[in-house]
Ligand binder design. Structure first.
Ligand code: AP5
Ligand code: MG
Length: 212
């Protein structure tokens, strides 16, 4: 079995885009952001609890997200890509103690100049049917508001937390939390870095090299 991949990277650094591509390499993708948004869409008790937090761009409390993650992974059977978890050292420790235990893991840091990310994120659109990720500035769908992948018309949505103001808060939180997390994985010799400012295909080639 391949190691479980932990993708660390700022909002808009391309975690979701690359994780979707890595499915073709036999990984299963789990994104805590997607799981939380799905709870909001269902209007579940959890969704109601986290909706305001996510709209402001703040972090949901560690134990709530860990419980959601555990309920949605079976790490014994398949190698996972963890997208959006961990967000701090406490979550990294919990991930290991409560889920991955002695399993082989590799953390990949999507290194990128944060100043380009607001522009990337405010232009993101996501297909509400199949989850395909677009960018109005750099990767628009061939036909306006129609998903190239699944063909659904009128399905491209903007995330509520993708406004300039909220992205700025998300980036600020990222800056405050990233270094200790990188040190955590570095000290265990489980960290590799890739340049996430390159075009999508180049980033994917770099990832393929890392996992082979
Ligand atoms: P989450 O959904 O995880 O959001 P995020 O970490 O802020 O990351 P994004 O999804 O915004 O960016 P991405 O890196 O996936 O980029 P993408 O590939 O889409 O979390 C949302 C919220 O949920 C959090 O703020 C928090 O409230 C809560 N939450 C989630 N996990 C939590 C946790 N563990 N603990 C506590 N709270 C948690 O790409 C972005 C855009 O760039 C797209 O338009 C894409 O087309 C474009 N793009 C991608 N790659 C490239 C490239 N190489 N070149 C040019 N453009 C590119
Ligand atoms: Mg994402």
């Amino acid at each position: 079995m391949k190691p479980h991949l932990i993708i660390l990277g700022a909002p808009g650094s391309g975690k979701g885009t690359q994780a979707a591509k890595l499915i073709s390499k036999g990984f299963k993708h789990v994104s805590t952001g997607d799981l939380l948004r799905s709870e909001i869409a269902k209007n579940s008790e959890l969704g109601q609890k986290v909706s305001g937090i996510i709209s402001r761009g703040d972090l949901v409390d560690d134990k709530t997200v860990m419980a959601l993650l555990k309920a949605n992974c079976d790490v014994d059977k398949v190698s996972y890509i963890f997208d959006g978890f961990p967000r701090n050292v406490y979550q990294a420790e919990m991930l290991e103690a409560e889920l991955l235990k002695d399993k082989k893991t590799l953390a990949v840091y999507f290194n990128i100049d944060l100043s380009i990310l607001v522009n990337r994120v405010v232009n993101r659109r996501t297909c509400g049917t199949c989850g395909e990720i677009y960018n109005l500035a750099t990767k628009a769908p061939r036909v306006l508001d129609t998903c190239d992948k699944c063909g659904t018309v009128g399905s491209l949505k903007q995330r509520k937390d993708d406004t300039e103001e909220v992205v700025s808060n998300r980036l600020k939180i990222f800056k405050e939390t990233v270094e200790p997390m990188l040190s955590f994985y570095k000290s265990r010799r489980e960290l590799v870095e890739i340049d996430a400012s390159m075009p999508e295909e180049v980033v994917f080639d770099a990832l393929e090299k890392v996992i082979s």
